[in-house]
Design a binder for this molecule. Structure first.
Ligand code: CA
Length: 238
């Protein structure tokens, strides 16, 4: 829920030259971005599994795993599929540029570049990405909800939900950690004018749990006695 929690966009910089990394962090923070950094591709993928950057500045030439490979992996995962990637490289050859863009980079900047140039590209990419974000990807724990495609995955596995379960989960994911009574859920998910037995909520919660939780996965929906339900990973047994 990082994206909702803070208005400042989070930029991940993947770069093995520490002097350049320091310079980029300093200037991006000065511009009002939050910054997280990775020194190689594997670290980048680890961080991506834990955080939700709004954009990645990705160096092409990295030790062990190339920027191209990192980009490929970013595009392969549902959760990061639409994440804007700005590729940095020392190579200026047209064929490499084409290769980079084919791999899924959204833009491309050849080293050495000027700072205003970099900042302009970042701003442009974030602007372009905003419509996608408005349509929305919701993340909670290992659950990803793609509102546009009406698709839900948990730990990369496709979760099939009925329309009511989908709306129920969406509401929970928009308010993670909050407890809602059956009446509140009826109002929010079914609508205030629809008359349904409060017990109906239990039925749909049961279906949602069944669809969401594979055998070994923690139950992320918490039943709060006499109060209602919440989406809450903290209380789930690991
Ligand atoms: Ca490098």
């Amino acid at each position: 829920m990082e994206r909702d929690a803070a208005a400042k966009p989070l930029v991940m910089v993947v770069e093995d030259e520490s002097a350049l990394l320091t310079m980029l962090r300093y200037n991006l923070e000065k511009e009002g971005y939050r910054v997280c950094e990775a020194g190689d591709g594997e670290e980048a993928l680890t961080i991506l599994a834990e955080r939700n950057p709004d954009l990645v500045v990705l160096d092409w030439m990295l030790p062990t795993m190339s920027g191209i490979e990192v980009c490929r992996q970013i595009r392969r995962k549902m959760r990061t599929r639409d994440l804007p990637v700005l590729m940095l490289t020392a190579r200026g050859e047209e064929s490499d540029k084409v290769r980079g863009l084919n791999t899924g980079a959204d833009d491309y900047l050849t080293k050495p570049f000027t700072l205003p140039e970099l900042l302009a590209r970042i701003r442009a990419l974030l602007r372009r990405a905003r419509p996608t974000q408005a349509k929305g990807l919701l993340n909670y724990g290992d659950i990803v909800m793609d509102l546009a495609a009406h698709r839900v995955t948990r730990a990369g596995r496709q979760v099939h939900l009925g329309p009511t379960e989908f709306r129920l989960l969406r509401f929970f994911m928009q308010h993670p950690g909050s407890v809602f009574s059956r009446e509140e859920l009826l109002n929010a998910v079914w609508g205030p004018d629809i008359y349904v037995e409060p017990r109906t909520v239990d039925v749909h919660i049961r279906r949602l749990r069944k669809a969401l939780n594979a055998a070994t996965e923690a139950d992320l929906i918490r039943t709060v006695r006499a109060a209602g339900y919440s989406l809450d990973a903290e209380s789930a047994p690991a």
